[in-house]
Design a protein around this ligand. Structure first.
Ligand code: GAL
Length: 420
């Protein structure tokens, strides 16, 4: 009897061990590099973590703080060079091709085929996720970059009108300043300077100029008289920022608009994630309008995860689950509701989204038909990472210098655009 009981207990234990073994073999570890550490960003990243944990996988967070992701990219390079890549990393635009050329990315075609990515994504976006015709990255969203965020209370106090042109922008800025409010919340980091610059280039120069100068890097456009106007307008904005702007993180600049210390911020719609995380309501507590002069245009920024080649079979299976889940309707909804962006997957219901997201969704479609849809250079969507970095530095040096003339800045930017 006792022996029998012991035996049956043993077989239970063995069976349980077998079962556990089976689960462990399927459950993999997923290490994902990203830079989503602010309020709204972190909530969106948590949605990704929970999605993968529900599938039984172990989530290993690899967050490297720093808006715009420059620090994250530096850390990623050292990990890949040492032969120890994460499962996935937030890599966007032309950089996907740069990484794929190094031969370190994994082919995700089986996942893409099974889940019909070719039918669910706008073709231009799908093409950017493929290397030599094979998917190597999965997209999570579409961010619009050319937004102006406003605090309605501050505008009321200043008797100012929400601007739609750059002239109106400076009129409003002057009124806010007179009312003792910081007119423009800015974080003086090179990528934030560059984000402001591209909005001005689009608003002052228009989409054709933007495409020639900042996508094709056409030297004539970069040296044109339009560029003089862009640089003059850009620098004038600095007069309306506060003395603590240098080095400030973007989310702290957004917090100034949230609490009424500042009137406006030029920033992509990850800023909306901050307003929402603070419990603020669009149209009531804050306003979202296209950056001055850019109502008919749309600067897009698609966050995506490039998948690295792995050796461990369970981790490979987990990585494929990650790719599949990222494109699911449930994930696209919950992630983007938190992140401030819109789903990249086509034909998603937008009823749970707010008016800023609905406007973004409509403008995305309209601008893609009218030719107003342009890639964001400041967020890695338009040119090689080398050219982007060089132009970003030149733009930021001009913003920070009291001596550099428009002509000098123009020469430096045009020279930087030649960087290979
Ligand atoms: C962008 C990125 C966004 C957001 C932002 C600030 O480049 O695409 O997802 O995180 O930086 O960190």
């Amino acid at each position: 009897m006792t022996t029998q009981r012991t035996l049956s207990r043993m077989s239970w234990a063995l069976a349980a061990a077998g079962l556990l073994g089976a689960t462990a073999a399927q459950a993999g570890e997923i290490e994902v590099l990203h830079w989503w550490t602010s309020g709204g960003e972190a909530k969106a990243a948590t949605a990704l973590k929970l999605t993968l944990q529900k599938k039984g996988h172990r989530w290993k967070d690899f967050a490297v703080a720093g808006g715009g992701g420059d620090s994250a990219m530096t850390v990623l390079k050292s990990r890949v060079v040492s032969g120890n890549p994460p499962s996935a990393a937030q890599i966007k635009g032309p950089s996907i091709q740069e990484w794929a050329r190094e031969g370190v990315l994994a082919n995700m075609d089986d996942v893409a085929k099974a889940n019909k990515w070719d039918e669910l994504l706008p073709k231009a976006i799908a093409d950017g996720l493929k290397y030599k015709g094979n998917y190597v990255a999965a997209p999570v969203n579409v961010h619009r970059v050319n937004w102006l965020w406003t605090n309605p209370e501050a505008f009321k106090k200043a008797g100012a009108k929400v601007p739609t042109t750059w002239d109106e922008f400076f009129t409003a800025a002057e009124a806010l300043k007179k009312a003792g409010i910081v007119a423009v919340a800015h974080g003086g980091q090179n990528w934030q300077d560059f984000t402001t610059f591209e909005a001005v280039a689009l608003g002052v120069g228009g989409t054709d100029f933007y495409k020639k100068a900042l996508v094709q890097l056409d030297q004539n456009a970069l040296k044109s008289a339009t560029m003089d106007q862009v640089l003059t307008t850009f620098k004038k904005i600095k007069d309306y920022t506060d003395k603590n702007a240098p080095g400030r993180d973007w989310n702290l600049a957004t917090a100034m608009v949230i609490n009424g210390q500042a009137g406006m911020q030029i920033m992509g719609d990850w800023a909306k994630g901050e307003f929402l995380a603070a419990g603020k309501v669009p149209g009531k507590d804050f306003g979202c309008v296209a950056a001055p002069g850019t109502a008919k245009a749309y600067t897009y920024n698609v966050d995506s995860f490039a998948m690295f080649q792995l050796k461990d079979q369970a981790n490979i299976a987990a990585q494929k689950d990650l790719a599949a889940e990222i494109m699911s309707t449930q994930f696209q909804e919950v992630f983007n509701l938190n992140k401030g962006s819109i789903p990249v997957r086509l034909n998603m219901p937008m009823d749970k989204f707010d008016d800023c997201a609905k406007a973004s969704s409509k403008d995305f479609v309209d601008s893609s038909k009218s030719g107003g849809l342009v890639p964001s250079i400041a967020h890695g969507m338009a040119v090689s990472s080398a050219a982007e970095g060089a132009i970003k530095d030149a733009v930021s040096n001009y913003w920070n210098s009291d001596k550099m003339t428009v002509a000098e800045a123009k020469d430096k930017i045009a020279a930087a655009a030649r960087t290979k």
